[in-house]
Design a protein around this ligand. Structure first.
Ligand code: PMP
Ligand code: GLN
Length: 380
């Protein structure tokens, strides 16, 4: 069989989670919380199913959820998207990202991605017949060098993809990034896809520079988020996309034939939860900041060096004091021999920086899980 995706194997998240199970390692690899979903959300889901919301939802999402998303967006970013024309519920951010790319990227188009970048972007670009153009983030700070992005733009550039807070580094755009990004796109017809799945997990009083705050950017953007991250339920796979009417219409053409609609009972549950407990997402940063701070303090008792974490739920560590293995080999060794699963960074790059000795640890875990991991990491 001639493969359409010759570069694609099994994702690093699956590989490392399987290895963790096989070797009974504490799994700080694949990003998922190991604590409970909010009780109200479980009850609302249960009620939605008992109330009979078990058949196809409207293709774009149930109106109550789209309205709740629009109202929450206004509360957070001072901008209220039109719930009917601009908000689409999808089966995870992954589906929304795939739909957006499939909807706008034509054969021969170029899509600029910033490396390291999340692993689902490039296969979707390839399937659309496009070509991913990889621009490196600063290897020390993971900030974009906008002059490099500018230099990568050609006549064929159709789409630019950004992600803040960033997976795997936790780096966040600041006001200057937004200004430079805006200047870069001004006068072009390049579209923007902003992956903001960690929008509510931000620390130290920083604000999340959502593209939705900025009229000039949002008029050309697909902005994608995920309830999996915000409500500790990555396995429910519910997310959404906010985009101007013309872009939403194109995205919906793909969505309606890809999944048609998203798990209906969860849509009712999220609609209720967003309205009834806004404090959940308002306090999510503080909730994770406490975990981050505790975990970082514990890491100082090991030979792993924690890098700064402005947002998200991943901690990068420099392991060069422990090992000179490359990151893939180190993460395998750490999982198999030392009992802690981590994610290497190299799969997030087209060309990983030479000699980079970084691994990603997920701290979206109970204290007991993190304590067990630290006990093992102290023996490195
Ligand atoms: N983008 C980024 C940066 C992510 O980290 C993830 C989830 N790990 C996704 C997209 C996909 O989100 P979902 O699980 O809602 O499909
Ligand atoms: N987004 C998760 C991570 O970065 C993984 C999601 C997945 O396994 N596909 O770890």
């Amino acid at each position: 069989l001639q493969t359409k995706l010759p570069k694609v194997g099994t994702t690093i998240f699956t590989v490392m989670s399987q290895l963790a199970v096989e070797h009974k390692a504490v799994n700080l690899g694949q990003g998922f919380p190991d604590f409970a979903v909010p009780d109200r959300l479980i009850q609302a889901l249960d009620r939605a199913m008992r109330d009979g919301h078990n058949q196809y939802a409207p293709m774009t999402g149930i109106p109550a959820l789209r309205q709740a998303i629009a109202a929450k967006t206004e509360r957070c970013y001072g901008y209220r998207p039109d719930a009917d024309a601009e908000v689409t519920v999808a089966s995870g951010a992954s589906e929304a990202i795939f739909d957006a790319i499939a909807a706008v990227v034509r054969p021969g188009d170029e899509v600029i991605v910033l490396d390291p970048c999340y692993d689902c972007y490039e296969p979707a670009i390839d399937l659309a017949g496009g070509r991913a153009v990889h621009v490196p983030l600063d290897p020390a700070t993971f900030a974009p060098d906008w002059s490099l992005v500018r230099a990568a733009i050609t006549q064929k550039t159709r789409l630019l993809m950004v992600n803040s807070p960033h997976n795997p580094s936790g780096a966040m755009f600041d006001a200057d990034d937004i200004e430079q990004l805006t200047a870069l796109l001004r006068g072009t017809d390049i579209l923007l896809l902003s992956d903001e799945v960690y929008e509510h997990i931000v620390f130290d009083g920083r604000i999340h520079e959502s593209v939705l705050r900025h009229p000039e950017l949002r008029e050309r953007a697909f902005v994608v988020s995920s309830f999996g991250k915000t409500y500790h339920c990555t396995g429910w796979k519910v997310g959404y996309c906010i985009a101007p009417p013309a872009l939403s219409a194109e995205l919906r053409k793909v969505h309606q034939y890809n999944t048609f609609c998203t798990f209906a009972p969860a849509q009712w549950a999220f609609a209720e939860m967003i309205e009834a407990e806004p404090e959940h997402y308002e306090q999510l940063g503080a909730f994770y900041q406490a975990k981050r701070d505790r975990f970082r303090e514990q890491l100082l008792t090991t030979r792993l060096k924690p890098l700064p974490v402005p947002g998200g739920y991943f901690q990068l560590v420099d392991y060069s004091a422990v090992s000179d293995l490359d990151d893939a080999a180190f993460c395998r060794w750490l999982t198999i021999e030392k009992g802690v699963a981590a994610i290497p960074l190299s799969p997030f790059y087209e060309t990983p920086p030479q000699g980079q000795r970084l691994a990603r640890l997920c701290f979206a875990k109970n204290e007991a899980t993190l304590d067990a991991a630290i006990e093992r990491l102290q023996k490195l």
